[in-house]
Design a protein around this ligand. Structure first.
Ligand code: MBD
Ligand code: FE
Length: 284
């Protein structure tokens, strides 16, 4: 396990602010939500908090600690982190419950659209001496009838061997370990990258404070993030994990599903590992 250095702590604080800025750029708005719906949802959330106070006999000290903590979540820019770690998995479950194709899971706070496009076979942008075990990730994109989706788009992003995402940690090339890979005419794609390491969410901000105060842990299993799409089909946002990872059974973000666990094999040429995973897209 890596040591938390001064540098990584500084990085963690900045990543929340970056995620908040990025999220703001999307200009999310509830303007289209009708009053009855807002009334119903807001009333239920407020009632859940009040029920907790009454049932647990919450004290003024606890109430004020909660208030201070909520303020700090905003100051640290950690609302995207908090929501994506502790809430998004339920939203994803609801959003994808009618799908018949590949399983999805949460997007998390570190996606960046429009990563440089490459035709398959591709090698993700990486530093000359990028640390980590080389990984060849390949597969096929099909529809529900097992027909290949020619030219399907495979967007992939993941942390480096120290758990850092480009554009959220200083000192990394802009598109490090991020890419958009176009499958060939048979729907096949092949992506050369490195295997990411288990990942600890930032521990030096409000979310880390909560984790420490509650005696939880901050780990996510190592993961590849993906968005796979093709014309006429529903885009799937997902993640893939690795068999044997110490945190595959206790992801802090509750985003692991058994169908999403890869088991890469050593490559015949001895150069790292390789794994095949096929994506099945639902029609629009
Ligand atoms: C991540 O890399 C991530 O995927 C999630 C869901 C939360 C924090 C960091
Ligand atoms: Fe992630």
């Amino acid at each position: 396990m890596k040591e938390m250095t001064q540098e990584t702590e500084a990085t963690a604080a900045a990543s929340g602010q970056r995620a908040t800025e990025r999220f703001r750029e999307q200009k999310a708005s509830a303007a289209g939500t009708d009053k009855e719906r807002v009334n119903r949802l807001a009333s239920r959330v407020v009632k859940a908090i009040n029920d907790t106070v009454l049932e647990e006999k919450v004290t003024y000290d606890e109430y004020n600690a909660f208030k201070a903590w909520l303020i700090k979540v905003g100051e640290d820019g950690e609302w995207p982190l908090f929501l994506d770690v502790w809430v998004e998995h339920s939203v994803e479950q609801v959003a994808n419950e009618d799908r018949h194709g590949s399983k999805g899971t949460i997007e998390g706070p570190y996606y960046v659209p429009d990563a440089p496009e490459q035709q398959s076979p591709a090698t993700l942008p990486m530093r000359e001496d990028e640390p980590g075990t080389p990984l060849l990730f390949q597969g096929r994109v099909t529809n529900l009838e097992d027909q290949p989706l020619a030219g399907a788009k495979v967007e992939i992003w993941h942390a480096d061997d120290l758990g850092f995402y480009s554009q959220y940690a200083p000192g990394l090339p802009e598109w490090n370990l991020r890419g958009t890979v176009i499958a060939d005419a048979d729907g096949n794609f092949a992506i050369n990258t490195i295997q990411p390491a288990p990942y600890q969410i930032p521990t030096d901000g409000a979310c880390g404070q909560l984790i420490a105060a509650a005696g939880w842990h901050a780990w996510r299993p190592a993961h590849l993030h993906l968005k796979v799409s093709a014309p006429g089909h529903q885009l799937i946002t997902t993640q893939l994990y690795f068999q044997g990872d110490p945190h595959v059974g206790d992801d802090i973000a509750s985003a692991v599903k058994p169908e999403l666990i890869l088991d890469p094999a050593p490559r015949a040429d001895g150069n790292g590992r390789e794994v095949t995973y096929d994506f099945v897209l639902d029609p629009e």
